[in-house]
Design a protein around this ligand. Structure first.
Ligand code: HEC
Ligand code: HEC
Length: 377
């Protein structure tokens, strides 16, 4: 071999080496799953963002669904995400405080997981998590939820052929990060958009007279000058999603559950700002008829009790929302008692409207159900 041939050969080897390293890097950084088909998001819900490093893929979502329903994710192999987030209850659990591996009830009521793509991208009642990826690892490790050690979990999943394959195709491998990505992907697909209210908005059905009355009251801020009666709900449970505004912490509000002396920290625990005491995430009201008990601590058992709260049970405090303090159908702001002063039939009409937000398609959609068919509920 001439000197020139040796150089050429060496260059060729180097090129192959560089190319294979590059392609290895490419393969291992980008998820390789197929883009998710059949995913539709109603345009009236507005814009949403999916992190560029975790696009929705068939395999990622399928994997996330398995993980979501798999009790092996917990330390005692008995608690899965779905223990506290059950599809038939719009991914809540019907308990005042949720119960995980320790058997000790949490201080907080489980939250619905519908339409998480929209609304404030701050999760939990006090907004302490700012992405679904980050959120997922919190209940996994929490001693009263799933109490799991992440390294042990990765090892456990490595021993399962199906998981190994799915993780390899979707993300290149198993790690805490890819577990979180898969769970986040599945949760992003949980879109609820076929309640009777949606069907009404699409012009497919009519609401009953009582529901329509309730809808109008829900949507109106009372204005005595214009003789407009209202329940004021839309001021916070905004637009189609009936959850809070999504700019920064705008969707976090004090709705008058406690007086000054008894305010819980709420958002203040996250921001350190005293003006955020007693301030919590405005939850979506979609499927609200199936997600009792209500509020961050599950203090109300029924929608009647919730309406009683807004209609005379409001506790004043420095951080109470002015939208509540200034909403009164009698215009008596100065009598010292904050109340909407709705009539009983008006409260009942609002409750009837809240029932139109139940989305049977969402509650029974097979794409969101337990994939372990033998254990399927
Ligand atoms: C022991 C019951 C329990 C388990 C298990 C559990 N959760 Fe939750 N989840 C809750 C409770 C309670 C809250 C509200 C807690 C809070 O605000 O501090 C919540 C809140 C959430 C939220 C926030 C929703 C929002 O609108 O802000 C998401 C997302 C969520 N859980 C996903 C998961 C995932 C994913 C898993 C499994 C890895 C899981 N949860 C396991 C009880 C549970
Ligand atoms: C000033 C803002 C505001 C107004 C007005 C308001 N809400 Fe709320 N709502 C909230 C907040 C914030 C929460 C969560 C509070 C908490 O748990 O600490 C909430 C919680 C709820 C819940 C419980 C949700 C759950 O998942 O537990 C229901 C039901 C509800 N509101 C219905 C209504 C109705 C009906 C009206 C109108 C009569 C209304 N709200 C008016 C801010 C508001």
């Amino acid at each position: 071999m001439s000197k020139r041939q040796v150089v050429l050969l060496a260059t060729a080897f180097a090129a192959v080496a560089v190319f294979s390293t590059l392609s290895f890097l490419l393969v291992n950084t980008a998820p390789q799953g197929k883009p998710l088909k059949n995913f539709t998001a109603p345009f009236v819900y507005g814009r949403f963002a999916i992190p560029p490093d975790n696009p929705l893929t068939e395999e990622g979502v399928e994997l996330g669904r398995r993980l979501f329903y798999d009790p092996r994710l917990s330390s005692n192999n008995q608690v899965s995400c779905s223990t506290c987030h059950q599809q038939s209850l719009a991914f809540t659990d019907g308990l005042t405080g949720s119960v995980g591996v320790s058997g000790k009830p949490l201080a907080f009521n489980s939250m619905s997981l519908a339409n998480l793509l929209w609304g404030p991208q701050f999760f939990f009642w006090n907004g302490r998590s700012d992405s679904l990826e980050q959120q997922a690892l919190i209940p996994l490790q929490h001693p009263d939820e799933m109490g799991q050690d992440l390294d042990e979990l990765v090892q456990e999943l490595e021993q399962d052929t199906t998981y190994r394959q799915l993780f390899r195709i979707a993300y290149g491998g198993i790690s805490a990060e890819t577990i979180a990505k898969a769970l986040a992907s599945f949760q992003r697909t949980l879109v609820s958009a076929n309640s009777r209210y949606d069907q009404f908005l699409r012009g497919e059905i009519q609401l009953t007279e009582q529901e329509e009355w309730g809808r109008k009251l829900f949507m109106a801020h009372p204005d005595t000058k214009a003789s407009l009666r209202g329940g004021n709900c839309i001021d916070c449970h905004s637009q189609f999603l009936t959850s809070g505004f999504n700019t920064k912490f705008d969707g976090f509000i004090n709705n008058g559950l406690d007086d000054e002396a008894n305010l819980s920290p709420g958002l203040a625990e996250v921001t350190g700002n005293e003006a955020h005491r007693g301030v919590f995430k405005t939850p979506t009201l979609r499927n609200i008829a199936v997600t009792a008990p209500y509020m961050h601590d599950g203090r109300f058992q029924t929608l009647e009790q919730v309406l009683k709260h807004y209609n005379g049970g409001i506790k004043p405090s420095k951080t109470l929302s002015p939208l509540i303090a200034e909403a009164d159908n009698l215009g008596n702001f100065s009598d010292g008692k904050i109340s909407l002063n709705l009539r009983e039939e008006e409260a009942q009409a609002i409750i009837a409207f809240l029932h139109t937000l139940t989305d049977e398609t969402f509650l029974t959609d097979p794409r969101f159900s337990n994939p372990f068919s033998d254990k399927a509920k």
